[in-house]
Design a protein around this ligand. Structure first.
Ligand code: SAH
Length: 298
């Protein structure tokens, strides 16, 4: 745990991600909604038409957000640095995922955006986010619109979620201004508020670290004949949901990667006919050697 004060600037740690947007007008309107709500980081995943004068026209005074937007070809690339990923979804899906209302989403974002990049992900105008994309998210957020027409315009959905996030951050900022230095409520307060850092000791694993972990896990399960890629069922989806719920930190993920590497090593030796018993003996004598070796500073 660090005693260093944490300078909070949550708004800068929130990234809006639009996936495969077809209408440039929606990109411009999203930039405008973001600027209205104090957000500035925009990533466009494989946009159909960008840059575009239509987007620029709709952004009005938020052209700077379009100019600094990052363009990637996949959602995986867009979330490489994100420690919390929340996907906005208009529909319920086959495998239920941890679901938040917009105010609950705002609380999560405010809680975590001071020391993690938070990604808020929005889908295609016609078909939303794919199941694979939704599985890259730790949580889903659903705006409880009227059942007779529950799908909002893309930029309107960005506005609703961003507004809730802004309100939550402003409430916390207000509480701090009123002298409430309780860290739980001060955490996540808006710009330039300094609180003593009662944070988690290690940052959450990023999107990139999680993706490498999932590939490694999948390969290890295949090598162990535990997982049949020809008949995958929902195994990887369930694994993603499990670890997404826990949200391991970077140290925990590196321990799990180490464990998987050991499994790889045992597997590879088993293929070469070296029995587990033999391997244990080898390890024992290796550790004996180590313990009798002159002590080193570690
Ligand atoms: N027809 C699509 C909806 C696309 S709307 C579908 O059925 O999935 C474009 C995007 O706006 C969605 O992918 C989602 O990110 C967001 N959105 C629209 N309505 C929403 C709602 N009620 N709750 C949460 N997100 C919503």
């Amino acid at each position: 745990m660090s005693d260093k004060p944490v300078r909070i600037n949550n708004f800068d740690n929130i990234r809006i991600i639009l996936v495969n947007t077809s209408h440039p007008g929606n990109i411009g309107a999203t930039a405008r909604a973001m600027k209205n709500m104090g957000l500035s980081k925009l990533t466009l995943v494989d946009p159909e038409d960008f840059p575009s004068s239509v987007a620029t026209g709709r952004a009005v005074a938020a052209v700077d957000i379009l100019e600094s937007a990052i363009v990637t070809s996949t959602l995986e690339e867009a979330i490489v640095n994100s420690g919390l990923v929340i996907g906005a979804s208009a529909r319920s899906r086959r495998l239920p995922w941890p679901l938040l209302s917009p105010p609950q989403c705002a609380v999560k974002v405010a809680d975590e955006s001071h020391n993690n990049e938070v990604a808020l992900v929005f889908g295609r105008e016609d078909s939303g986010l794919t199941n694979e994309e939704l599985q890259l998210c730790h949580f889903h957020v659903h705006i409880p619109a009227d059942e007779s027409y529950s799908s909002l315009n893309l930029a309107a959905a960005v506005m609703v979620v961003s507004y809730e996030v802004r309100m939550e951050l402003l409430r916390r900022q207000q509480r701090v201004a009123e002298g409430d230095h309780d860290v739980a409520s001060a955490r996540g307060a808006a710009e330039d508020v300094v609180v003593s850092g009662l944070d988690w000791d290690v940052p959450r694993a990023t999107g990139q670290q999680m993706e490498s972990f999932y590939s490694h896990l999948e390969q290890a399960m295949i090598d162990l004949n535990f997982h049949d890629p020809e008949n995958p069922r929902l195994l990887m989806m369930r694994m993603r949901r499990l670890f997404g719920r826990i949200r391991p930190d970077q140290m925990e993920i590196s321990i799990l990667r180490g464990l998987l590497s050991h499994i790889d090593m045992l597997n590879e030796r088993a293929e070469r006919g070296i029995s587990v018993e033999q391997q244990r003996k080898e390890r024992k004598s290796a550790s004996l050697e180590k313990s009798t070796a002159p002590a080193r500073d570690e």
